[in-house]
Design a protein around this ligand. Structure first.
Ligand SMILES: [Zn+2]
Ligand SMILES: [Zn+2]
Length: 221
């Protein structure tokens, strides 16, 4: 299956914390993320992403500290760091926080490495449109992406009863069912990966190597 969605283990598009560009100074990493142009008229420099990237951070703990909601999170290498929300998440938290965010993965488009004032490191979330919380661990996300990309071969079988199937899940377009009944039976088990696969379907629609427009998210959850 030809796909625009890169392998989510590919650190060019899904970098680890230490692979992210820094938000305060420029080093050699930045060249791989941004293009700098000079406006001939104003002579000002213009910095914009040269491609797309998404940082994946799995929430491991809620940090009750300060005025902003913060979480300890880990990337796919297992390093633990801070994720700080700098926008109003009151509504999000009513809906989501009680259910618990631990074990879920935060996706951050165009994320930058941040050094906090108290010496901790992590990412600062400032633009709600760049943030999405998926109901899966990073490991489960990798599994879902393999299925989505057809890395296990494209299954022609019902995801529930394994009989030959032709009907596709209308949300993610990935999983097959032989009947409405099987779709209903399988939904409880498929629900979370379906949310992740639906996101992958969106990620699959553009060229990650080319920054044409800002690629954010429709909603945070
Ligand atoms: Zn079936
Ligand atoms: Zn689905």
């Amino acid at each position: 299956m030809p796909t625009g969605l890169p392998d989510i283990r590919n650190t060019r598009f899904f970098p680890n914390l230490f692979g992210l560009p820094h938000d305060h100074y420029f080093d050699e990493r930045e060249g791989s993320y941004y293009s700098v142009t000079k406006d001939a008229r104003t002579r000002k420099f213009n910095v914009r992403p040269s491609r797309h990237w998404c940082f994946l951070a799995e929430i491991v703990e809620y940090v009750s500290w300060g005025v902003r909601p913060m979480f300890k999170a880990k990337d796919s290498t297992g390093i633990i760091f801070l994720v700080a929300f700098h926008f109003d998440v009151t509504r999000l938290f009513e809906k989501v926080l009680q259910k618990g965010l631990v074990g879920r993965t935060i996706c951050v488009m165009y994320a930058c490495f941040h050094a906090f004032m108290d010496g901790q490191i992590g990412v600062k979330l400032e633009e709600p449109k760049n943030v999405k919380i998926l109901p899966l661990s990073i490991e489960a996300l990798v599994m879902a992406s393999k299925t989505f990309r057809g890395d296990h071969g494209n299954s022609e079988h019902c995801a529930y009863c394994r009989r030959p199937a032709t009907q596709r899940c209308s949300s993610c377009s990935t999983i097959l069912y032989c009947s409405k009944l099987c779709q209903v039976q399988a939904w409880e088990g498929h629900k979370k990966e379906c949310t992740a696969m639906s996101q992958m379907k969106e990620w699959n629609h553009f060229d990650w190597e080319r920054y044409d427009v800002h690629r954010g998210f429709q909603s945070i959850v």
